[in-house]
Structure formats: structure tokens, C-alpha cells
Design a protein around this ligand. Structure first.
Ligand code: HBI
Length: 347
């Protein structure tokens, strides 16, 4: 059951689109049958998709914490779950990828068990409340990316950590990098790009910037504030091109201002053998293996970034690729997911 904020392939669903796509691919490879239920316009060459019409849901991160739950007329979310109600007997488990109140509220009304994949930390009180009550009434049914994301809810101990998974065959290991550093992500204030630019200016190493200029005024402010910084805006690249460019970099700087549930960019970098220099914040604290595959830095400390860059030669790039293969392959993610489903079906 996909996210109701956009059709699959639109990118509106962010990281959770990738997680759903990778998990579905891996489950099919393992011989499971499945159908993806998603908003009208969702496309996929290889996956069975049931498209549902209706009004998209508002992104939860655009709402305030105390805002009431809003369901539009002809809600695609409601239509998706009415379809699920009708076909539920055909399935052993229903997997919910929506970060929304309705699917969680509907859990007791369904006969087929529902596995909820919660894709962000705590954002809205009414959603926190329903997550916590489902976690208690239906043990093991709340899945998250990381412990630090789970810790933003009161039911942290009841959450099952799935981490994330990538198709590693797309990512080529690069043993010999250029001198450049990298920063990857949506160019928006919560991603803290200005710190990476400031660090690049202090240390005098080129910083290659990959990603969508989502907030242009934010980008322009950085260019005005650091006119002499050695930065190169590469743009938003599709995965195959991104990994080729990213792999050539000495390290990637990950500077989130908010608790990121996971860090897709971080595991993509590891998959290419690129060490991580990241703020000690959110999911990144469970990805970076200190001193082995990168360095965790005091949050919001530009000096901390500069210090870490000076120690980069201590990191073995092969160890970075190895961590991705051990923890973030589709097989590893598939194992964790099957284990999760088994736990739920044993309830
Ligand atoms: N907001 N209401 C709502 N529902 C979602 O499923 C949702 C969202 N905001 C962001 C989002 N999903 C995903 O892009 C992130 O969880 C990755």
C-alpha cells in the first residue's frame, strides 16, 4: 500500500518510493506473490500495480504538530484502503507504506494482518497517538528504518528496525578517488548545505554538489555568503550517473539539521566506497562506523567537519563497500523483512 502523496515514479514519495520498489522487487525474487496499490499514474515496468484514483494526501511534514487529520473529498488514501478491504482475503499480510493516520486506525477493522512501515520520525500528535496504540494492540506490526527514528515515538521498544536496502549492482566501487568532496541531497534549509560549503572554503578542497535546487533563495543566499568557496554545482542526476560521479569523491559530507529517519545518500556513498563525514544526528549515527567507514561529527560544527576531512586517509574505501554489502544489500533487507513478517504472522 503505497504513499498517497504522489504516484510511484513521481519522486514526490521521496525515499519511501525507493524502499517500496526495492522491497517489492526482492520479495518477487524470493517467490512471493504481491500487488502494489498506488495512486493513479503510478508506473513500473516490472512490478504489478493496481492504480487507484482520487485526491492526493497532504505531505505530513507540511503540517503542524497539532493539526487535525485532514481527508479530502474522494481521498485516494480512503479509496486505496477500501480496495484493500475488498481483496484482503487474497493476502497473508498487507504492508502499509503510508505515513498517515487512516491505515493505522483501520488496523483492528481488518482480518488480514497489516505491517506498517513508518518512514519518518514523530511529526503530528494524532499520528503519534495512533502509531503508539497500534504498537501496543498489534505487537511487532510497526516497522521503522532505525532506532533513532523509533526513539522519537514512545513505543520505540516495540518498533522493528528494517534499516534500508539498495540494488548494489547499480553502484560501482571506486578505489582511487579525485581530490573532491561531495554533498548530495535536496537543496533546502533542513539539509544544512551551508556548513559543507563553509568547511570546503576553510580547507580549500572542491565540494561537488548534487541534488535538486528545491529552495532557490536558500541556494542564492549560500552563494552570496561564500562567494569564494570552491564549490561546483553538478545538478540532480539519475542514480546511474550519480553513483559514477559520487564514487570519484574522497568523501561525502552529510549535514542534516533534522532527525533523518535513515540516510539513503549515506548508504549509496558506502556502496561506491566513499567514506562518510556526518553529523552525529538521527539515522546516520547507526550507519557510520566511526573511524572505519567514516567519522561522526558534533552536529552543526563546521570545525568538526574540517577536522574529520583531515583524517580521511585513515579510512579504507573497501571497508565502506563491505559495509554496504553486509548490511544494505537487497538480500540483507529481504532477510530483515521476511523476519518481520514472520514475527507478525506468529502473533
Ligand atoms: N506525508 N501524509 C503523508 N503520507 C506519506 O506517506 C508521506 C508523507 N510525507 C513524506 C513521505 N510520505 C515520504 O516522502 C517520506 O516518508 C520518505
Amino acid at each position: 500500500m503505497s504513499t498517497p502523496i504522489g504516484s510511484l515514479g513521481s519522486g514526490l514519495g521521496g525515499g519511501v518510493e525507493l524502499t517500496l520498489y526495492n522491497l517489492a522487487t526482492e520479495m518477487l525474487r524470493r517467490g512471493h506473490q504481491l500487488e502494489i496499490v498506488a495512486p493513479q499514474g503510478s508506473i513500473s515496468s516490472s512490478l504489478p500495480i493496481k492504480q487507484i484514483p482520487g485526491e492526493l494526501q497532504i505531505p505530513a511534514q507540511n503540517q503542524t504538530r497539532t493539526e487535525p487529520i485532514l481527508i479530502p473529498k474522494n481521498s485516494v488514501l480512503a479509496n486505496m484502503w477500501d480496495y484493500a478491504r475488498q481483496v484482503q482475503a487474497d493476502y497473508d499480510v498487507i504492508v502499509n507504506f503510508a505515513y498517515d493516520w487512516l491505515p493505522l486506525y483501520l488496523t483492528p477493522f481488518f482480518n488480514t494482518p497489516i505491517a506498517h512501515f513508518i518512514s519518518m520520525g514523530s511529526l503530528i500528535d494524532a499520528i503519534d497517538e495512533i502509531i503508539e496504540s497500534v504498537a501496543i494492540e498489534f505487537p511487532n506490526t510497526i516497522g521503522v528504518y532505525t532506532q533513532s527514528q523509533a526513539a522519537t515515538f514512545s513505543c520505540a521498544e516495540q518498533c522493528y528496525c528494517l534499516l534500508n536496502g539498495l540494488d548494489l549492482s547499480i553502484y560501482q566501487f571506486c578505489p582511487k578517488p579525485t581530490q573532491s568532496l561531495a554533498w548530495v541531497g535536496r537543496i533546502a534549509p533542513e539539509k544544512g548545505l551551508e556548513d559543507a560549503v563553509a568547511a570546503a572554503e576553510i580547507i580549500g578542497i572542491t565540494l561537488k554538489i548534487f541534488g535538486l535546487k528545491q529552495d532557490v533563495s536558500y541556494w542564492e543566499k549560500i552563494c552570496q555568503e561564500y562567494p569564494n568557496a570552491p564549490i561546483e554545482y553538478v545538478g540532480f542526476l539519475p542514480t546511474v550517473e550519480l553513483q559514477k560521479e559520487l564514487g570519484q569523491c574522497r568523501a561525502v559530507l552529510v549535514t542534516p539539521r533534522w532527525i533523518e529517519a535513515f540516510g539513503n545518500v549515506a548508504i549509496e556513498a558506502l556502496a561506491c566506497g566513499v567514506p562518510l563525514i556526518a553529523y552525529r544526528r538521527g539515522g546516520l549515527t547507526e550507519i557510520v562506523q566511526e573511524g572505519k567507514t567514516g567519522f561522526l561529527v558534533e552536529p552543526d560544527s563546521v570545525q568538526g567537519l574540517v577536522e574529520a576531512i583531515k583524517h580521511l586517509d585513515e579510512i579504507d574505501r573497501q571497508a565502506c563497500r563491505q559495509q554496504a554489502e553486509t548490511l544494505y544489500s537487497l538480500e540483507a533487507m529481504g532477510d530483515r523483512t521476511e523476519e518481520w513478517f514472520q514475527k507478525i504472522l506468529k502473533n
